[in-house]
Design a protein. Structure first.
Length: 424
């Protein structure tokens, strides 16, 4: 008989170590844009299936390239990008962002009011971590970009979702918003242009949102990452340009307007009434310093991007690639029986509605999983954007016309079968 080594004898009768559990802070955190259905899609790809991915606003895989002058500026400045920079970002990049705020008619912004991050996503999380304590509430639109809800929950706060009204071109329902305000409400999140609906808020409506913030002493967090992706000659108003007596924190970046998601170059701008927020701003400074700095090479592209040719303006024209693909996707989706959609005025998405009488859906994540498995098309369910019903999903219209036609044709075939299976 082979002798058991002493070390193995000593440990042979010990119980296995307890499971290592994730933090309880993650209990209400989810991000279904890259959720469990995407994991199934990856598995199917490994099995040899070709998946059409309409789940994420990532322009590069569909042939949208960052402007060449931005890439060249990064390359030329790589020798100077090896070390840490200021924790808030390169001075030249922040000064370019400051000039951009002036173009957007936001008054009183200095270089010190600007923070550069590894994408706007990092800064959104930072802004919540610096603000929230247990029990604090933040008003977030439904549907929303789900990082906002996740960031509030992860930071110990409670997200309170105010409804947007599909019948009013997805503008927020102000009565519902007001009803969600409590003594614990600290802030109001405004996503304009909106992801996932493509809504664009008119200036008088933004003024009403500011009035609510003013009445209840709320900070306004303005997610304006799509402020140049506008169709039909529409213009975007920065909400921070409409009030100097309200504290506004605005988020932007290179990812969408300049098709540079992988650069991870975003920014956060603090403006408006700041005298009562010095402690909060100290918290932002502390968190910015703790991560040392954002990646430096991509910061060299910011000045070139904001001051150079705005190629997005050509892409969103009716004759431009994004403009044509928006129109095509909208037309194809709304031809499907039982599918309606508000035509987006901005961004890169449609958020169609499925008639519940024709398509009774109990679990919309299961619904999109079935679509993936049967038609090899990946979308995101509406509840993934904190929409309270199971009757919507989001479609990205970044693929070219042929691929879009193929993908939406597959969705139509799936819906026809789904209707026949559930007709009874």
């Amino acid at each position: 008989m082979t002798a058991i080594p002493k070390r193995d004898r000593d440990t042979a009768d010990l119980a296995p170590p307890p499971a290592v559990l994730k933090s309880a802070k993650l209990a209400n955190v989810c991000y279904d844009i890259r959720g469990p259905v995407l994991a199934r899609a990856k598995q199917m790809e490994e099995e040899g299936h070709r998946i059409i991915k309409l789940n994420i606003g990532n322009p590069a895989p569909f042939g949208f390239e960052a402007p060449e002058e931005m890439v060249q500026d990064m390359i030329r400045n790589l020798p100077q990008a090896s070390g840490y920079c200021d924790s808030k970002g390169l001075f030249s990049a922040r000064k370019a962002i400051m000039h951009y705020t002036q173009q957007k008619h936001v008054r009183g912004v200095t270089v010190e009011d600007i923070y550069i991050g590894n994408g706007a996503s990092e800064l959104i999380v930072m802004s919540m971590q610096a603000l929230l304590d247990a029990g604090d509430e933040v008003l977030i639109p439904a549907p929303d970009y789900p990082l906002w809800t996740a960031a509030v929950s992860l930071s110990g706060g409670t997200p309170r979702h105010y409804l947007c009204d599909e019948q009013a071109a997805w503008l927020p329902d102000l009565a519902d918003l007001r009803a969600k305000i409590s003594p614990h409400t600290r802030a109001l999140v405004v996503i304009n242009p909106n992801n996932p609906t493509g809504a664009l808020y008119p200036e008088p409506f933004l003024a009403e949102l500011l009035d609510i913030a003013r009445q209840h002493n709320l900070i306004v967090f303005a997610d304006e990452i799509y402020d140049k992706v506008l169709y039909d000659g529409a213009t975007h108003t920065a909400i921070a340009s409409l009030a100097e007596d309200v504290l506004v924190v605005t988020f932007g970046g290179l990812s969408k307007n300049y098709r540079a998601c992988g650069f991870r170059a975003g920014w956060m701008i603090v403006s408006g009434e700041r005298s009562h927020a010095r402690d909060y701003i100290e918290g932002l400074d502390m968190l910015a310093s703790m991560r040392l700095c954002a990646n430096v090479p991509a910061q060299y592209a910011i000045q070139t991007a904001l001051g150079g040719h705005q190629s997005i303006e050509d892409l969103v024209l009716p004759t431009g690639r994004l403009g044509k693909q928006r129109d095509l996707a909208y037309d194809l989706l709304t031809r499907i029986p039982g599918v309606t959609c508000v035509k987006p005025k901005a961004a890169m998405y449609l958020f169609p509605r499925l008639d519940p009488q024709r398509y009774p859906i109990a679990d919309d994540q299961q619904f999109i999983l079935e679509l993936l498995q049967e038609e090899k098309v990946l979308v995101v369910q509406g509840t993934g954007f904190n929409w309270p019903k199971t009757d919507h999903f989001r479609v990205v219209f970044l693929p070219d016309a042929d691929l879009l036609t193929d993908a939406i044709g597959r969705i139509a075939h799936f819906l026809d079968r789904y209707h026949r299976r559930h007709a009874a």
